[in-house]
Design a protein around this ligand. Sequence first.
Ligand SMILES: Cc1cc2nc3c(=O)[nH]c(=O)nc-3n(C[C@H](O)[C@H](O)[C@H](O)COP(=O)(O)OP(=O)(O)OC[C@H]3O[C@@H](n4cnc5c(N)ncnc54)[C@H](O)[C@@H]3O)c2cc1C
Length: 206
Amino acid sequence: MPNAALPNSFIDSLVKVLGRENVLTDPYDLDRYSGDALSPSRAFGAEESFERLADVVARPGSTEDVSAVLKLANETGAPVIPYGGGTGVMGAVVPAMGGIVLDLQRMNEILAINPTDMTAEVEAGVILEDLESALALQGLMPGHDPYSVPIATVAGTISTNGVGYRAGAHGPMGDQVVALEAVLADGRVMSTRAVPNQSSGPSLKH
Ligand SMILES: Cc1cc2nc3c(=O)[nH]c(=O)nc-3n(C[C@H](O)[C@H](O)[C@H](O)COP(=O)(O)OP(=O)(O)OC[C@H]3O[C@@H](n4cnc5c(N)ncnc54)[C@H](O)[C@@H]3O)c2cc1C
C-alpha cells in the first residue's frame, strides 16, 4: 500500500534530532534523492515505482543520529531507504512507497587505517576514491575498484556486494568486510566482532 505523506509533526521530530539543515523537504531535493542511475525507461515493468517521491530526506551525522531516525520511523511505520552515492543501477533507492531517504554522505570519516592488519575503519558514507587516496599514503589499496569509484560509498558497495576490476584477486566487496556496526530497523545498534572472512577449511560459499 502506498504510504500517506508523513505528518508535519514527524518532520518536526526529525528536525529536533538532526537540525533544520539536515532535513530536506524542498521538491528539488526530494526529486534528486528519489532515484539512482536506473532510468524509468529501463525499469521494464516497474516504471510506476518512479511516480512516488520521498517525503523527506534525512542526513544523519552519526550512528546515534541514524538510530534516532530509525526509532522515529519505526514508531510510525514509515519506510526508510538508505542512500549512499546513488550510483546503483537497479533502482534500489527508489522510494516506491514514499517515506524517508536516509542520506549517509555526512558520515564520511576515515576513522583508522591499520597497515599491519591491512584494515581500515570507516563510516558508511566514505566515498571509495577518498578511501583509495588515504590508503595510498600507507602503500595500500582497497580490494574493490568499481568504475563508479569517484561517487560510490563504502556502505553502498557493501550493500550491493559490488564487483570491481580487482574482484578476480580479492572477490566482491562483501569479501573485504571484517566487521560491521549496523543499526537495526528499530534503532538498536549492533556490532559484529572483527574476524577474518576466511580461515582454514573449505569455503562454504563455493
Ligand atoms: C558509471 C557507473 C559505473 C559502475 N561501475 C560498477 C562496477 O564496476 N562494479 C559494480 O559492482 N557496480 C558498478 N556500478 C553500480 C554502483 O556503483 C554500485 O552498485 C555501488 O555498489 C553502489 O554504491 P552507492 O554508494 O552509490 O549506493 P547507492 O546506489 O546509494 O545504494 C545502493 C544500495 O545500497 C543501499 N545502501 C546504501 N548505503 C547504505 C547503508 N549505509 N546501509 C545500508 N544500505 C545502504 C541502498 O539502500 C541501496 O539498496 C556502476 C554504476 C555507475 C553509474
